[in-house]
Design a protein around this ligand. Structure first.
Ligand SMILES: Cc1ncc(COP(=O)(O)O)c(C=O)c1O
Length: 434
């Protein structure tokens, strides 16, 4: 029996898991109703679950597998690395190669410091900005996800019940200290006037503005040029740093999303694709901003460490992954993403369902309404839409397609036009039933 049948292997595993893991899971994103699907094996663009059901994977471990599952060249780099020992109390040459590769591709990443996750990268970037400026406050976009660091998760799930006329700092985790909210300013995405006013009010307390150039929680819609100009204007005027979160967005351009959107970032965070399927994170930036990590003049202004930092296996996998991700691969991904969005447009039109698709590059996001989407509030689904999103996600899973639960896709270089055609046919049928 297959998921979501109660006698499936996935359900048996979930029952076992609930006895030892809180809620039966290790990460919130794996939770789908009525219970998670347990992975068996992944090969290329498909994933086979523990009940033997094969699905086409458009989620790619939340945007991290840019070449799909078990890419042979990445695997052989991993095998070669792990055969020599998985981690050491000494640095390795490969971390230098990886740093050379990324600094060679992204102009404003002159130096880079590795860590183990995007959460850690964002935390390090925020601490670096505080250390560089001697200031306490950060600003972030309402609803934007940047991992689990206290300051970065403020106002992550603001809702119409509590968001007020203008964004303000709302706790996400129970028990968030008041000090965290006091030192975090929340700004709207793509609204120049309100964001500029809120940032200006921070004055000389502002250490940095943290932005994702196309946040998932804003429908993967990119920031507009006026907004970028405003961010440059305000940060320069106030003497604050600009932190660009490219944890997902680095998949948008060989030279970084910052090149694509003309963003002059002081610090940039990375994770996901740069680990080639293994845990990784990194913060890079200008010589000046990154100087806080250096011990050249004694204790660093921002000391950073970590037992598994620049782990040789993650770095080997990431290095091979980025080598394979050449200009041509980026162009192909761009084209495949445009095709995916067109497939969705056609499915909406043929089914007669009033919806839309947003996104950029290799990413797409479905919405079950036709209101314009430009930020978190316009993205936020109404109650009936949220229920329909859940239903459609489940139906897509049962017909063989893996998307992020809110109906977003992050394509890999091994996803194909043919897979997208099949997806379009399924989507059309499912939408027509709604
Ligand atoms: C934009 C962004 N920043 C940071 C993170 C946190 O990364 P990690 O899950 O590696 O901690 C994520 C994770 O999805 C993300 O999407």
């Amino acid at each position: 029996m297959a998921w979501p049948d109660r006698s499936s292997n996935s359900n048996r595993l979930f029952e076992r898991a609930q006895r030892v893991l809180p809620g039966g899971i290790s990460r919130l994103q794996t939770l789908v109703e009525p219970f998670p699907i347990y992975a068996g094996t992944g090969r290329g663009s498909t994933l086979v679950d523990v009940d033997g059901v094969e699905r086409i994977d458009f989620m790619n471990n939340f945007a991290s597998l840019i070449h799909g599952h078990a890419h042979p060249e990445v695997l052989s780099a991993v095998h070669a690395a792990v055969d020599n020992g998985s981690c050491f109390s000494m640095p390795t040459e490969r971390e230098i190669q990886m740093a050379e590769l990324i600094t060679g591709r992204i102009t404003r990443v002159e130096k880079i410091r590795f860590c183990n996750s995007g959460t850690e990268a964002v935390m390090l970037a925020i601490k670096a900005a505080r250390a560089r400026t001697g200031r306490p406050c950060i600003a972030k976009i309402e609803g934007a996800y940047h991992g689990m660091y206290d300051y970065a998760e403020v106002s992550l799930d603001s809702s119409p019940d509590d968001w007020g006329d203008v964004p303000s700092a709302r706790p996400y985790t129970f028990g968030t200290p008041a000090g965290v909210l006091d030192e975090t300013t929340v700004i709207p995405f793509n609204d120049v006037t309100v964001a500029e006013r809120l940032l200006t009010e921070c004055g000389d307390r502002l250490a940095a503005v943290l932005i994702d150039p196309a946040p998932l929680s804003c429908g993967l819609v990119p920031l507009n040029d006026e907004y970028t100009a405003m961010l440059h204007r305000v940060t320069r005027k106030l003497g604050a740093l600009l932190i660009l979160d490219e944890v997902i967005a680095y998949r948008l351009d060989y030279h970084g999303a910052q090149s694509r959107f003309g963003i002059q970032a002081d610090l940039t965070t990375f994770a996901k694709i740069i680990g080639g399927g293994f845990p990784v994170g990194a913060v890079g930036g200008t010589e000046d901003a990154m100087s806080v990590f250096s011990h050249a003049h004694g204790k660093p202004l921002n000391a950073s460490s970590g037992t598994f930092t620049a782990n040789p296996v993650s770095v080997a996998a990431g290095l091979r992954t980025l080598e394979l991700l050449d200009h041509k691969a980026y162009q192909d991904l761009e084209q495949l993403g445009a095709y995916a969005r067109q497939v969705c447009v056609d499915a909406f039109a043929r089914s007669g369902f009033k919806g839309q698709v947003t996104g950029i590059g290799s990413m797409f996001h479905l919405h079950l309404h036709d209101r314009p989407v430009s930020d978190y509030r316009t993205f936020f689904p109404k109650e009936d839409e949220a229920a329909a999103i859940k239903r459609i996600h489940l139906k897509l899973l049962t017909t063989g397609f893996i998307l992020a639960p809110k109906l977003a896709g992050f394509l890999s270089t091994v996803n194909t036009h043919q897979q997208l055609d099949l997806f379009g046919e399924s989507l059309e049928r499912i939408l027509a039933e709604e």
